[in-house]
Design a protein. Structure first.
Length: 289
């Protein structure tokens, strides 16, 4: 009698009769995902081709795909906030937070690239740099780090320049949330609601008492409290990504000048001082006092 606890000696799983095998007239997995283009979009330039350049390319292409989804979700979250659909907006934000965690962990893959390995193909990058990622800049714009000077980097790319120009002039996610608070009866000053959205966000002391009320009052609608904490999560996650980026660059090239002309690590360190939602951090000093 066969022992049911014994491991199976079979190493092949039979193909079920119902499994489709003919895709001559049907949509396939590769066709749906356009894998022919996706998997042939990696073009190492090093000569002779260096083994580790493929890692470098795929790491950054993957990041761009995630950034595309982050933009997709943040734009929808902003639209939903404008329609006072807070629940669905928070669902989009929850997805963004999950993507951010994935993107931050990805640095551990690039961290396997040693300084010597990178130096052997770095020269083939020319002046290309992650600093030129228009999707990353779009995320920053949507979250409030507006900087008109950044548009100059994309003047040679009309499509990217147009998208960023639009995002520069449009309200941020934070602007949309503050409008939700105003419609809910909170006394958000008119000058904040009517500000020029193309300008970078600056700390607004008048918002701190409003957020203190949201955090301390038992009458606060849970969704508003949750939204505040979700925005803090987004900023914390963004800073974690920036920090891992800076440390990965430092361990790979030290303090060399960046390929795009920046000062490299020192430039990345200064990004750690940027903030999106300063009032949501400032209010923590006030709570309970």
């Amino acid at each position: 009698m066969e022992n049911p606890a014994a491991p199976s000696s079979r190493s092949v799983r039979p193909l079920e009769e119902s499994v489709r095998t003919d895709f001559s007239q049907a949509m396939s997995y590769g066709g749906y995902l356009d894998l022919d283009r996706l998997l042939t979009a990696q073009h190492p330039l090093s000569k002779p081709e260096h083994h580790d350049e493929m890692l470098f390319i795929i790491q950054h292409q993957t990041s761009e795909l995630w950034l595309k989804l982050v933009l997709h979700e943040l734009l929808e979250a902003r639209r939903l906030l404008g329609a006072d659909n807070l629940g669905k907006a928070l669902k989009c934000i929850a997805r963004v937070k999950a993507i951010q965690r994935t993107m931050t962990e990805q640095w551990s893959v690039l961290g396997t690239l040693t300084p010597r390995e990178y130096s052997e193909f770095r020269g083939f990058l020319g002046s290309s740099s992650g600093f030129q990622s228009y999707q990353y800049r779009g995320v920053e714009f949507l979250l409030g780090n507006k900087n008109r000077d950044m548009l100059r980097v994309f003047e040679s790319d009309p499509v990217a320049h147009a998208q960023l120009s639009t995002l520069l002039e449009e309200p941020t996610l934070y602007d949309a949330f503050l409008a939700v608070l105003a419609r809910a009866g909170y006394a958000v000053p008119a000058e904040i609601l009517e500000r020029d959205p193309s300008e970078p966000w600056t700390f607004q002391q008048a918002l701190v008492p409003i957020f203190r009320d949201i955090y301390e009052s038992e009458a606060t609608t849970w969704g508003l409290y949750e939204a505040c904490e979700d925005l803090v999560d987004i900023e914390d996650n963004f800073h974690a990504w920036r920090f891992r980026h800076m440390r990965t660059v430092q361990r790979t090239i030290g303090f060399k000048v960046g390929t795009g002309g920046s000062s490299g690590v020192d430039f990345l360190k200064r990004a750690l001082d940027l903030t999106f939602f300063p009032e949501l951090y400032a209010v923590r000093t006030e709570i309970g006092n």
